[in-house]
Design a protein around this ligand. Structure first.
Ligand SMILES: [Zn+2]
Length: 153
């Protein structure tokens, strides 16, 4: 790893509030689509094999997120609360619209979920669960999916 790459992986405090959901993997969380684990720092940093920093409008790289908590709430209604949590956190700017609709297969039906955005770095500040879980993060946990919608208003 050269110095330039290492410097690019340093977190920034410039950002916006954003929402995500995660699959529970034991005591850790993982990105539901890519399977990337959320590190112990609570901060997920995207990388790309192409010569640019994520996110890039012509590429699929970056961390997906929702800018509107109501969009995430709609998604949560389709998920098993035993398997997923929601988070609020800081998304590093720039945050760009995700041009690819997220298509999910639930049983025999496919559903296009609300439009997402993408960022390079997402730092979780609060985890929201619907069921009691023991997670290996030094992050506050609220046991209600509905709390994050109220916290955004
Ligand atoms: Zn890329």
């Amino acid at each position: 790893m050269n110095v330039a790459v290492r410097a690019s992986q340093t977190a920034t405090t410039n950002g916006v509030v954003a929402w995500r959901y995660w699959r529970i993997d034991g005591a850790r969380l993982q990105s539901p689509l890519t399977g990337d684990p959320l590190p112990a720092t609570g901060q997920l940093i995207a990388a790309c094999h192409r010569p640019h920093l994520p996110p890039h409008p012509a590429c699929q790289c970056g961390v997906s997120l929702y800018r509107d908590p109501a969009d995430l709430r709609r998604v949560l209604d389709m998920l098993d609360p035993q398997q997923f949590v929601a988070t609020v956190g800081h998304a590093e700017t720039p945050v760009i619209p995700d041009p690819v609709g997220q298509l999910y297969r639930l049983g025999a039906t496919s559903t296009v979920w609300p439009a997402a955005h993408r960022t390079r770095t997402y730092a979780v500040t609060m985890i929201y669960t619907e069921t009691p879980v023991t997670l290996d993060y030094a992050l506050p946990v609220t046991e209600s999916w509905d709390e994050f919608v109220e916290s955004a208003t």
